[in-house]
Design a protein around this ligand. Structure first.
Ligand code: FAD
Length: 291
């Protein structure tokens, strides 16, 4: 199928891009890596009258770790930029673990972290990772910038809370309270596939005590599943076999899997439980060895 007819603009500044979105009153779409939007155009799931291509805007392809440990990821930071960066890997192990599991190497050269979070695919790896890590999206519109906490940003399947005339210019992950550890496990039918079920875990540790905890899931619901409330049972405690088992059961209970060609709902819920246990037990064993 061919896309419907659309116009194309390649602005040179964020302000110009915002003005274009504003002028088209909801009928324009931002084009970042195009790895989700172009397939949607071809399938006519999206039919905007205008594409606003932000790839010609200088200064949006960056990611950095600030002195206090805050991570900043610009709108044009590609998946592969995160995969290849040792500083990010050290600062946020959950990102390091997820990066090589997003799609395939070709998609990873073009697709962007921020675009993926904006796309809010229930099976998307970055929306789940960022939900576990917390933080916010910096949105820029005609009246300037505002911060949108990630829990208020990804609100449904393919739905975020940007206004039609706003661009997500940056994703910000807060500095850790202590030492940040974490992991990401994904079950996929074959390499490069979307998640059958995946689990993102991020813990901030002070000594052997959990100071903050986040868990989120992809592929097991009609939206990214925020399991941070279940994870919060770990806060103020040491990791033990008992609390790992009870958090794994609580996280599996908030999953909303459906039976489909990837597996039954029960199977996917069991995968979630097993992955949470496997990740937390691995983190416990690693921290015991380091002590
Ligand atoms: C073969 C294939 C396999 C894939 N497998 C996976 C996978 O396993 N896991 C996974 O998570 N993803 C997967 N993807 C999706 C891929 O990760 C996309 O790159 C990502 O979902 C979207 O990022 P993008 O930069 O390509 O965004 P685009 O496709 O350009 O845009 C996606 C949507 O977000 C909006 N948008 C993008 N950037 C902004 C912005 N800065 N401000 C406001 N709105 C914005 C667009 O308007 C559009 O609605 C796959 C894609 C393909 C083609």
């Amino acid at each position: 199928m061919y896309p419907s007819r659309f116009g194309y603009e390649s602005p040179k500044t964020v302000e110009e891009a915002v003005a274009l979105l504003d002028a088209h009153g909801g009928e324009a779409k931002v084009l970042a890596g195009g790895q989700s939007l172009v397939p949607m155009l071809r399938l006519r799931f999206a039919a905007p009258e205008m594409l606003v291509d932000i790839n010609g805007i200088d200064g949006l392809r960056y990611h950095r770790v600030d002195a206090d440990g805050t991570i900043r990821i610009g709108a044009l930071c590609r998946h592969e930029d995160l995969e290849e960066d040792d500083a990010v890997a050290k600062a946020v192990p959950t990102i390091a673990a997820a990066a090589p599991l997003v799609a395939d190497p070709i998609v990873r050269t073009r697709g962007t972290f921020v675009g993926s979070v904006c796309h809010a695919d229930p099976q998307g790896d970055w929306a789940a990772t960022m939900t576990a890590l917390g933080g916010h999206i910096v949105a820029q519109g005609p009246k300037g910038k505002r911060d949108i906490p990630i829990a208020e940003f990804v609100i449904g399947p393919f739905q975020n809370t940007l206004a039609f005339n706003e661009i997500a210019v940056e994703a910000v992950i807060p500095a850790p309270k202590g030492v940040r550890i974490g992991n990401y496990l994904k079950l996929e039918r074959r390499v490069g596939d979307f998640a059958t079920a995946s689990v993102a875990v991020a813990l901030d540790m002070v000594g052997d005590t959990v100071a903050d905890a986040g868990i989120a899931l992809a592929g097991v619901g009609g939206r990214t599943i925020n399991a941070n409330e279940a994870a919060s049972a770990l806060i103020g405690k040491k990791l033990t076999a008992e609390n790992i088992a009870s958090v794994a059961a609580a996280v599996a209970a908030v999953a909303e899997p459906r039976t489909d060609h990837r597996g039954s709902a029960d199977y996917k819920r069991q995968i979630v439980k097993t992955f949470v246990e496997r990740i937390l037990t691995g983190l416990l064993n690693t921290s015991q060895k380091a002590a």
